[in-house]
Design a protein around this ligand. Structure first.
Ligand code: PGA
Length: 263
């Protein structure tokens, strides 16, 4: 039986003082909710502050990204051993914003693709995290153009196959996959729960083929993309959805707590 998991992705928001205020309020609201796994992914600069505040709770601290090399001349990068030493237990990999496919093009065209994440770098990051025993949260999902072209399942299968090259089921058995349709991220457009559940079920089937049947049963498959307390209960009650990856709504303590309580 897979436990539900709710992860907050704060993206490039909040100073460490702002992060501390939200975490303190959030912990008071969800401390009793012990039957759901929870993680918060603040900016690198707030990891230590957030981790110290979460030390005596069941809530984990995660990272939003990692670089795959362990150390060296890589200006501006953060490695998996550094995350491990800072107490990070989980890490997002392959988010559509780092893959460079922003959901809405309100950002300058020149910044799209800036992070240049590919299936190959996603694969290297997953391996670096597994080596440090940090749980990867692999994000997959289609753009609006891909959905309209009817290639959603094919795109996601390709992302999964690329991400897991050279990785076996036992290694990723405690890992997490988040289905995040790019068109639903930060847009307020949630994927309808029946379709989100269908895609998450398709992902589980693909995991059985690419990894193995045991891993496909133990890996948690989350939904992400405009999750809020008004839709989280319905999404999380779908049999193939094991929780959520929450962006905007995770930065408001009582809204995020309502999402967790609905799981
Ligand atoms: P959102 O972001 O909840 O703000 O749509 C989700 C995500 O990008 O992980």
């Amino acid at each position: 039986m897979r436990r539900k998991l709710v992860v907050g992705n704060w993206k490039m928001n909040m100073t460490h003082a702002e992060a501390a205020a939200i975490v303190e309020a959030f912990v008071r609201l969800v401390d009793q909710k012990q039957d759901v796994d929870i993680a918060i992914c603040p900016s690198y600069l707030s990891i230590e502050t957030v981790r110290n505040l979460l030390r005596r709770t069941h809530i984990g601290v995660g990272s939003q990204d990692v670089f795959w090399m362990e150390s060296g001349a890589f200006t501006g990068r953060i490695s998996a051993p550094m995350l491990k030493a800072a107490g990070v237990t989980t890490c997002i990999v392959g988010h559509s914003e780092t893959r460079g496919k922003f959901g809405k093009l309100e950002v300058p065209e020149s910044t799209v693709g800036y992070f240049a994440e590919t299936d190959e770098t996603v694969n290297l990051k997953i391996k670096a995290l597994l080596f440090q025993d940090i749980t990867p949260i692999l994000c997959v999902g289609e753009t609006l153009a891909e959905r309209e072209a009817g290639t959603t399942d094919q795109v996601i299968r390709g992302q999964l196959a690329g991400a897991f090259a050279g990785i076996d089921g036992a290694e990723f058995a405690n890992g997490v996959v988040a289905y995040e349709p790019v068109w639903a991220i930060g847009t307020g457009k949630t994927c309808d729960s029946a379709e989100a559940s269908r895609v998450c079920g398709m992902i589980r089937g693909a995991l059985a083929e690419i990894l193995d049947a045991d891993a496909a049963q133990s890996i948690r498959v989350l939904y992400g993309g405009s999750v809020k307390s008004s839709n989280s209960g319905e999404l999380f009650s779908q049999p193939d959805i094991d929780g959520g990856l929450v962006g905007g709504a995770s930065m408001v303590a009582d809204e995020f707590s309502r999402i967790v309580l609905s799981a």
